[in-house]
Design a protein around this ligand. Sequence first.
Ligand code: A3P
Length: 297
Amino acid sequence: MERETVVVKGTTLPKSYELNKFYEFPVRDGDVWICGFPKSGTTWTQEMVWMIMHNLDFEGAKEDIHIRVPFAELSWAAPHDENSPHHARDTLGFIKKEYEKGPVCLKTHLPWQLLPRDIQEGLKKPKIIYVMRNAKDQIVSMYHWNKMLYGYNEPLEKFFEGYLKNEYVYTPYWGHVFGFWKQRSKPNVMFLRYEEMSKDLPGMIRKVANFVERPMSDEKVAKLVKHLSFDTMRKNPAVNNENLIEKCRKDRGLEKSETNHMRQGKTGSHKTEMPPELIEKVERWIEDNTKGTDFVF
Ligand code: A3P
C-alpha cells in the first residue's frame, strides 16, 4: 500500500517488479501455480496444495510457507526489493534448487495477462489453481491486513474508494477474477472458491488432490482437514505470518499485533463490519461489474 506503483497491462503493481523478466519465467508442466487476488484464501490453498503434493509431510511443513511455496513474482521479478515483506531473496535460490528435485508449488497474485508467456500461450501446462473469495469479505480482510501490517487507520468506506480507483497493488479486482474465470474450462485450470472450502473442506481437498493427480485416502483427508482448520493454522508459525507482521509493524514503530494472518477465517464477515450504506455501495459495484457476464457468485 505504501510502495511506489505503476500500471502494467491495466494492473496496478509495485514499480520494482521486472515483469519482462517474469514473462520469461521457466514454467514447467508438472508444477502447481496457486493464483488469487490477495486476501482470498491464498495461504490456505497454498498449505493444502503443498501438503497434497508432499504426501502430508508434516515435518517438512514446519518450514515457512514462503519458502515452501515461493511468491513467484517477488522471487523472480523483484529479488532485490528491499521493501518486500516476503523474504524474496531467499526464495529465489530455493526455487532453483527445488527445480532439480521435482514439481514445485508456486504462488502468484498476478492477473492472467501478466503470467509468463509459456502459460499464456499454452506452451506449458502446469496445474493452475485460482482461488477467489466473495468481494465483500475480501475487502474487509484486505482492510484489516493493511491495518495490521502498516497501521492503516482510515475508515473502511475510505479504504473501499481505493478499489474504485484501482489504487491498490493487484487491482482491479474484477479484471483479476475475470481473467481466470475465462480460463476455467481449460483442463489444467481449476477455479476454486473460499466459500466452498469453508463449507466442505474434505470435499475440496479430494477435488484438489484429484486435480493435481495425487488422490488421497479418507484417512489422509481427515488428517489434512485438521491441519488446515482455522484454529490449527492460526497457531502454526509456518503459515500465520506472525514474524512478517511483527517485522512490518516494528519498522513502522507499531506495537506487536494481537492478531495474525489468520484473522477471523469466516464467510460473511462483512455483515458485521460494513455499514449498510457501504454494503449497498459495494453490491452496486459488484452488479455493475458482473452484469451481462456469465459469472456467478
Ligand atoms: P480474514 O481476514 O477474513 O480472517 P490470503 O491468504 O489470501 O492472504 O487470505 C487471508 C484470509 O484467509 C484471512 O481472512 C484468513 O483468516 C483466511 N484464512 C487463512 N487460513 C484459513 C483457514 N484455515 N480457514 C479459514 N480461513 C482462513
